[in-house]
Write a protein that binds this ligand. Structure first.
Ligand code: PBG
Length: 324
């Protein structure tokens, strides 16, 4: 008797047929490259815990964005690293702030490249929280919403193709949607960080963006890693409030959540393969414990298999090279 598994193996080995029986596709077109931009002339600042990732001055970001785009990666996600911070995160919604300037420069040089901006206050507040902090130390949700909406508007005016609120304040997707609709941004899509877990895997990012909270943590507004039902509810709520794409973050430790969010919402799902996931692979590869290329491509394929339509990853540029 012949075993189906044997025939399946044969199919996989047979040229064209291999593509027919492969269930999951991973191409550069599924990837988004996150980038850190800073002010100043012609600078590149390495990020210690993220080998290969640098904070780039705007001119270098324009060049890097072009290189990524030529490799077939359709989009970048911008994070600003401002020179000044204050209690009300003024730099976040400044029309001449680092992200607004970077968006204009990148879109001018590469009009076909999709530019998504992260909308959050944490890199711009002196205390490093994602919203405005009241005198009693708690985050003021509603005041924060106003400033986040102003931030999104300033990115939209600069020419962003989509905004991605990552702050996790309650009601932020609705607040952004209402404000964008009122101010010429009716057609601007929102990529919502819907299921954003309070994760240890963001460690290297906080060094990159200089956004570690000075005191306390983000557990009051980010989600408990133990909760998957809640993640699904959050995603459904965001869709109700007007999110066009919902995001799960981190990715590899939360593949089950990606699948459940995809099944429950049936809207495009993005997964964010975050800084700590990247750092682990880089460190293990540098030590000779893992083969980098195979590990990265397996991880990204798994995120796609779990149900992510889009994968945001610091590996995007290298993976795109490997996938050519
Ligand atoms: C800002 C933000 C964070 C990340 C994306 N947007 C950090 C945080 O919440 O502390 C993390 C991304 C990464 O680790 O790669 N709110």
């Amino acid at each position: 008797m012949a075993f189906p598994a044997t025939r399946m193996r044969r199919l996989r080995q047979t040229g064209l047929l291999r593509a027919m029986v492969r269930e999951t596709e991973l191409t550069p077109a599924h990837l988004v490259q996150p980038m850190f931009v800073q002010l100043g002339e012609d600078s590149r600042t390495p990020i210690e815990a993220m080998p290969g990732v640098e904070r780039l001055s705007i001119s270098n970001a324009v060049e890097e964005a072009g290189a990524v785009h030529r490799l077939g990666v359709p989009a970048v996600l911008l994070f600003g690293v401002p020179t000044e911070k204050d209690e009300r995160a003024s730099g976040a919604y400044d029309d001449e702030g680092v992200v607004a300037l970077a968006v204009r420069a990148i879109k001018e040089a590469h009009p076909e490249l999709v530019v998504i901006t992260d909308v959050c206050l944490c890199a711009y507040t002196s205390h490093g929280h994602c919203g405005v902090v009241r005198t009693d130390g708690a985050v003021d949700n509603d005041v924060s919403l106003e400033l986040l909406a102003k931030t999104a508007i300033s990115h939209a005016r600069a020419g962003a193709d989509a905004v991605a609120p990552s702050d996790m304040m309650d009601g932020r997707v609705g607040a952004l949607r209402a404000q964008l609709d009122a101010e010429d941004g009716k057609e601007l899509p929102i990529v919502a960080y819907s299921a954003k877990f309070a994760s240890a895997f963001y460690g290297p990012f906080r060094e990159a963006a200089g956004s570690a909270p000075a005191s306390g943590d983000r557990r009051t507004y980010q989600m408990d890693p133990a909760n998957a039902d809640e993640a699904v509810r959050e995603a459904l709520l965001d869709v109700d409030e007007g999110a066009d794409v919902v995001m799960v973050k981190p990715a590899l430790p939360y593949l089950d959540v990606i699948r459940r969010v995809k099944d429950a919402t049936r809207v495009p799902v993005a997964a964010y393969n975050v800084s700590g996931e990247y750092a682990m692979v880089k460190a293990a590869a540098a030590a000779g414990y893992l083969e980098e290329r195979a590990t990265v491509l397996e991880g990204l394929t798994s995120i796609r298999r779990a149900g992510a339509d889009v994968v945001i990853t610091y590996h995007a540029k290298e993976a795109a090279q490997w996938l050519q």
